[in-house]
Design a binder for this molecule. Structure first.
Ligand code: KIV
Ligand code: ZN
Length: 380
């Protein structure tokens, strides 16, 4: 069993989600919550992007204890200096450098040769290592990069002092089987790979960010990056609450564990949604409003007899206090009886039968039956 480090980038990549902006106070509060949750690394921002973000990172680095605090930098001196200064007050600071690696990025975005960009990466890592003990290197768009070039890049940046190498699927292009193979290949082909920790960073453009992250875990990575509620650029980043729960429920399959305090998952997701203004979709895995709501009669009866019939996670495991028994026209007598008894009604089987008939008539007209509807049916 290997311990997987959880690298949270909600405050950096997550905040890049269209329509989302966090102020310094909100970022600090979320960072404290991430520390309570027990993430291993917090990417607090992109220091060179604005004076506000620089200040927010520095405050987090000063005040939040426990996790490594990192900040993003492009492969240029000004960015690296800004990141180094911003994270300097942290217990364990880290600089995170990103430099392009795919042909399309080299040719059309950087407009530089592969050799020039590789040298830029090496120089950046050397420079950053003089300013900070931990340096993470991300070859951007690695999933579309030429594998030979990617292997050479990783070998050289590790020689230059990178302590973590992070492999990003920047555009969410990867598919699980090939992605697994890619990590196995990197471990075989990069001779000094054991001298750095390997990390994965997936985006969700094809809806496979979590599956791809888990495959990378199975292929041996030691750090997984993502955001709570799966927020981030375009279709978002890998959803950390889903990855954490998948590893928790399938430790043998993943051959791994995390040290996350699971009870803080829901409070974290709630806080992120509150401050980003991005609502959690009702059907969102793990933390959506419907994740513990049971509506069909068969399921309600099963859950009320033993929740394990239809739940693989209990609400209290992730810090929620209750499950929802939703009353609709598809609900059965046991669900109705359960909700009535929680309102203080104690019915004989014959009374329940009469009330159930009235309930179905009302439920056929309405989408959902609430407590006040039940009271009306009971003649209050
Ligand atoms: O998606 C990406 O490539 C990134 C890097 C900075 C890791 O966010
Ligand atoms: Zn990203």
């Amino acid at each position: 069993m290997r311990k997987i480090d959880i690298f949270d980038t909600t405050l950096r990549d997550g905040e890049q989600a269209p329509g989302c902006r966090l102020n310094a106070k909100e970022k600090l509060e979320i960072a404290h919550q991430l520390a309570r949750l027990g993430v291993d690394v917090i990417e607090a921002g992109f220091a060179a992007s604005s004076p506000g973000d620089y200040k927010a990172i520095k405050t987090i680095a000063k005040e939040v204890r426990g996790p490594v605090i990192t900040a993003l930098a492009r492969g240029v001196k000004e960015d690296i200096i800004a990141a180094a200064e911003a994270v300097n007050p942290a217990e364990r600071p880290r600089i995170h450098i990103v430099v392009s690696s795919s042909n399309i990025h080299l040719e059309t975005k950087m407009r530089k040769s592969g050799e020039t960009v590789l040298q830029m990466g090496i120089d950046s890592v050397r420079y950053a290592r003089n300013l900070c003990g931990e340096v993470e290197y991300s070859p951007e768009d690695a999933s579309r990069a030429d594998p030979d070039y990617l292997c050479r890049t990783l070998e050289e940046v590790i020689k230059a002092g990178a302590t973590v190498v992070n492999i990003p699927d920047t555009v969410g292009f990867a598919v699980p089987g090939e992605w697994h193979q890619m990590f196995s290949d990197l471990r075989n082909r990069v001779p000094n790979i054991d001298q750095a920790r390997i990390s994965v960073h997936c985006h969700n453009d094809l809806g496979m960010a979590v599956a791809n992250s888990l495959e990378a875990v199975r292929a041996g990575v030691e750090q997984v990056e993502g955001c709570f509620n799966g927020i981030g650029e375009r279709a978002g980043n890998a959803s950390l609450e889903e990855i954490i729960m998948a590893i928790h429920l399938h430790p043998d399959y993943c051959r791994a564990y995390t040290t996350i305090n699971l009870k803080e998952i829901y409070p974290t997701c709630y806080l992120v949604s509150k401050y980003t203004g991005l609502p959690i979709p009702r059907n969102k895995a793990v933390v959506g409003g419907n994740a513990f709501a049971h509506a069909s009669g068969i399921h309600q009866d099963g859950v009320l007899k033993d929740h394990r019939n239809y739940e693989i996670i209990t609400p209290d495991l992730i810090g929620l206090d209750s499950r929802d028994i939703v009353l609709t026209a598809r609900s059965g007598r046991s669900a109705l009886n359960f909700r009535l008894s929680s309102l203080g009604y104690c019915l004989s089987p014959k009374e329940l039968e009469d009330v159930y008939r009235n309930f179905l008539q009302m439920a056929d007209r309405k989408k959902e039956i609430f407590d006040e509807d039940l009271r009306a049916i009971m003649g209050e």
